[in-house]
Ligand binder design. Structure first.
Ligand SMILES: NC(=O)c1ccc[n+]([C@@H]2O[C@H](COP(=O)([O-])OP(=O)(O)OC[C@H]3O[C@@H](n4cnc5c(N)ncnc54)[C@H](O)[C@@H]3O)[C@@H](O)[C@H]2O)c1
Length: 308
């Protein structure tokens, strides 16, 4: 007798999904029920503590400026020991101000120089961070990226195409590999956030950025692929896809063609481009236990750009 389709497919699964217990947490309705049955139970808001990163170690690539530096500050505000990783051997004045600010807040922001396109440098810098933090890294935000210049697709220079892919795709992959192997080794249920872009899902109207768009699609699929492999270890991997935000990267266009800002603003229902601080909440959510059931997702924060 031939086996049924169901039994064939069941035995064909090479790596059955590891079943994990559903966590119980004394918050929300659980806390309300506890309070109803136990008058001595101390009632207090828990939502902010669910975002806490106290005792955690976080690394942010591309952290010397732009979105990366904003991510560094929000992670530090949540209590993590934060390390920015970026290309320059000496930091920007914005970074210096951020270090002083974090010090005043009683948290720590440090800098390590590395090129994310070099896997040896990336591994070495992540091992250095782990060695300074009891062998662990709990959070990675991979924000290092480049835009590349505008080019007609058929004339896109191969060396620039390779460079964009190298930084935006390979560099993000090497960073996520290094962080996840440390998380696995340390038994840490970490959170990895890969900075993609809305350009990984839609094409920026009238902007000839083929290599950038292609590289960002790869990052979105990278997050899904890594999430599938790492879920059994409790490690979550998501991509975060911002829309147009003024940073050094976009200033390269906006400062040269100021009319472009109004054009980009007209492409979303809010009628404006975004500011770096508008990614603080989503970064805090993805990095912390507040998003504990979110993995393999692409979170679009674009002022609604993709709905039109
Ligand atoms: N600004 C936007 O509108 C926007 C929108 C969507 C996505 N993004 C993405 O957000 C991320 C941050 O961009 P940004 O706007 O802050 O740009 P930015 O140019 O201000 O910051 C990028 C950072 O990456 C660093 N970097 C570049 N190559 C590197 C390398 N090889 N090794 C290490 N660090 C390297 C740069 O030195 C810089 O500090 C990028 O991945 C970008 O694609 C930006």
């Amino acid at each position: 007798m031939t086996p049924s389709a169901a039994s064939t497919s069941a035995t064909a699964v090479r790596n059955p999904v590891h079943l994990a217990p559903v966590p119980y947490k004394l918050v929300g309705v659980n806390a309300a029920l506890k309070a109803a049955s136990d008058p001595s139970f101390e009632v207090k808001p828990e939502i902010f503590s669910e975002f806490s990163l106290k005792g955690k170690t976080a690394a942010v690539t591309g952290g010397d400026g732009g979105l990366g530096l904003e991510f560094c500050i929000v992670l530090a505000e949540l209590g993590a020991a934060v390390y920015a990783i970026d290309l320059p051997t000496s930091v920007s004045s914005d970074f210096e101000a951020a270090v002083a600010y974090c010090k005043k807040l009683g948290t720590s922001l440090k800098y390590k120089s590395a090129d994310v396109t070099d896997p040896e440098q990336v591994n070495a810098v992540f091992e250095e961070i782990a060695s300074e933090n009891e062998g662990k890294v709990d959070v990675l935000i991979a924000a290092a990226g480049i835009l590349g210049s505008e080019n007609d697709v058929e004339k896109y220079p191969p060396e620039l195409f390779r460079k964009v892919m190298d930084v935006n795709c390979s560099g993000v992959f090497y960073s996520a590999q290094a962080a996840s192997s440390i998380m696995k080794r340390a038994g840490v249920a970490g959170s990895i956030i890969l900075i993609a872009s809305m350009s990984g899902s839609v094409v920026n109207r009238e902007m000839k950025w083929a290599a950038y768009n292609i590289s960002k699609s790869a990052v979105i699929q990278m997050a899904r692929s890594m999430a599938c492999e790492l879920g059994q270890f409790g490690i979550r991997v998501n991509s975060l896809s911002p829309g147009h935000i003024r940073t050094k990267m976009t200033a390269a266009v906006l400062d040269v063609e100021p009319e472009t800002e109004a054009f980009w603003a007209s492409l979303n229902p809010l009628g404006r481009i975004g500011a770096v601080h508008e990614l603080r909440g989503v970064a805090a959510w993805l990095a912390s236990d507040a998003s504990s059931f979110c993995t393999g997702s692409d979170i679009l924060v674009s002022g609604g750009h993709t709905v039109w």
